[in-house]
Design a protein around this ligand. Structure first.
Ligand code: NAD
Length: 499
């Protein structure tokens, strides 16, 4: 199905977006266009930062760090809460902005992205009060305690697919722990980050939060390589993660790496297929399939394979694809025409390797202003043996491959054979079987009888090529600190080493 609505009030920002450095809005000499994926139309101009801008932003963040690191936990708590409140009060304008920016269906942006970002700030506002060290029992002759200390300037590099949530996942814990931040949003989705920081930056002393927009190979690289940066927190593709690790190796600075994924849903013979079908649709078609946690492999027990494949393909065919600004749209356009073409090429490769097309696999006909959009139909591939590239590679689009399995050993081996290890899932009425399987799947997260459940407090992150570090949990605060120990001795006796 294709949405028929034509959005009349399209968003256009007339003034070029500034850089945000040291609490000031700084114009850049050059800018580049932000393109609305629903239409292919330019809707804003983004500042193209330079290495000099990175220098200025890092210097501002270093200056601000000297006082921000000393702020009390109750001050940070109140400020993080105030960020959440401000975003919530401003919520009405965000869904359209996010939909225009990256093609996220407006209704999804409204009930997922904005409240989730606010919730992340509330969560860290709460747990920061529990940021403290420990004493180490060493007997009556010494007092030994640890302290979690902020690391300094954090470079936060984020992708385009859920920009507001990604920025919140970096900013909230880094600030809570007493660090200052320079954010580098994706060149494909910069406006929401600039607008968000503009909305809240006056809550903080100048230089605590800075934004330098621009391209990854240029500004991104200059930022992670900057000698004033103490930590890199990166969310993005696995190849980019490897490049950044190469760039920081000389300086030996710590990193958080939230990278790509290739999630499998394992469906056991006794699973309730009605619930499973809803979760399959959400798991692969929410956020246009452009999600690191997407469940792009559906691994169904052979006894239920035909039935579930049939159901999922029929439901995929009924999904409403269209203008991200249309409230009726269930699946918006992909981020760019170039990315849509890559997804389409990968689907063709999977078909040529033996997969069978059961739904989608094409660009829908769109009329009038939507003809320039980068749309792709929700796609279902049948591949019982899972031998095509669709079972190995992250397509980062609305493409599901459905596979069949017979024994637990076989399905565990096939799920774990991929390079990634972010999120997998198991559906079973038998919790013994579900836990047995969950225990054997190599991933940072395993969902049982659900998908995409990420309440704050539950650590998010991966293993293997999906990276390291955890977001969204109390332990995340420790990612942004270094443990310092102070050991005080009360004992004046010494071993006879020098006598
Ligand atoms: P990307 O790796 O192309 O870009 C991510 C960010 O890195 C952008 O801001 C980009 O400008 C910057 N960048 C690029 N090259 C750089 C360099 N050499 N030095 C410093 N910065 C550089 O990723 P993308 O296409 O924006 O996002 C999609 C990818 O992100 C997918 O692989 C997806 O799985 C992953 N992702 C992972 C998570 C997670 O939590 N694990 C969440 C969202 C997205």
């Amino acid at each position: 199905m294709t949405a028929t609505h034509t959005a009349t009030a399209r968003l256009t920002l007339d003034a070029p977006q500034p850089l945000l450095v040291g609490g000031e809005e700084v114009p850049a000499d050059r800018s580049f266009p932000a393109v609305d994926p629903s239409t292919g139309r330019v809707w804003a101009q983004v500042a193209e930062g330079t290495a000099g801008d990175v220098d200025r932003a890092v210097a501002a963040a270093q200056r601000a760090f000297q006082t921000w690191r000393q702020t009390s936990l109750d001050t940070r708590q109140a400020l993080l809460w105030a960020v959440a409140e401000r975003l919530t009060q401003d919520a009405a304008r965000w869904p359209a902005l996010l939909a225009t920016e990256n093609g996220r269906a407006v209704r999804e942006a409204g009930f997922i992205d904005v409240p989730t970002a606010a919730e992340i700030f509330r969560f860290f506002s709460g747990v920061v009060r529990d940021l403290h060290g420990r004493t180490v029992p060493c007997g009556p002759g010494a007092h030994v305690f640890t302290e979690p200390r902020p690391v300094g300037v954090v470079a936060a590099i984020v992708p385009w697919n859920s920009p507001l949530i990604s920025v919140a996942h970096k900013l909230a814990p880094a600030l809570a722990a007493g660090n200052t931040v320079v954010v580098k949003p994706s060149e494909l989705a910069s406006v929401s980050t600039v607008e968000f920081v503009r909305l809240v930056q006056d809550l903080f002393p100048p230089g605590v939060v800075n934004v330098v927009t621009g391209f990854g190979h240029d500004v991104g690289r200059a930022l992670v390589s900057h000698p004033g940066v103490a930590k890199v927190s990166f969310t993005g593709g696995t190849e980019t993660g490897r490049r950044i690790l190469g760039d920081v190796a000389d300086r030996l600075i710590p990193t958080v790496m939230e990278l790509g994924g290739k999630g499998s849903m394992v469906v056991c013979p006794d699973a309730d297929l009605s619930t499973v079908t809803e979760d399959v649709l959400t798991g692969i078609f929410a956020a246009n399939g452009e999600v690191c946690f997407a469940s792009s492999r559906l691994m169904v027990h052979r006894d239920r394979y035909d039935e579930l494949l049939e159901r999922v393909a029929a439901r995929a065919d009924a999904i409403v694809v269209g203008d991200a600004l249309d409230p009726a749209t269930q699946l918006g356009p992909l981020i760019t025409a170039g990315h849509r073409d890559v997804v389409a090429k990968r689907v063709q490769a999977a078909l040529s390797e033996g997969a069978e097309l059961r739904a989608g696999g094409r660009t829908p006909e769109m009329s009038e202003e939507l003809a320039g959009g980068s749309y792709y139909r929700p796609t279902v591939l049948a591949s019982p043996d899972g031998l095509t590239c669709a079972s190995r590679e992250e397509f980062f689009g609305p493409v599901l491959t459905v596979e069949a399995w017979t024994s637990e050993d076989e399905v565990v081996d096939r799920v774990n054979r991929v390079a990634y290890g972010l999120a997998n899932g198991v559906w079973s009425a038998d919790l013994g079987q579900a836990h047995r399987l969950a225990d054997r799947l190599d991933s940072g997260m395993v969902w049982v009888n659900t998908w995409f459940a990420t309440p704050l407090g539950q650590p998010q992150g991966g293993v293997k090529a999906s990276g390291f570090g955890r977001e969204g949990a109390t332990a995340t605060l420790l990612e942004y600190t270094a443990t310092k120990v102070v050991h005080t001795s009360f004992d004046t006796t010494r071993p006879p080493m020098w006598t």
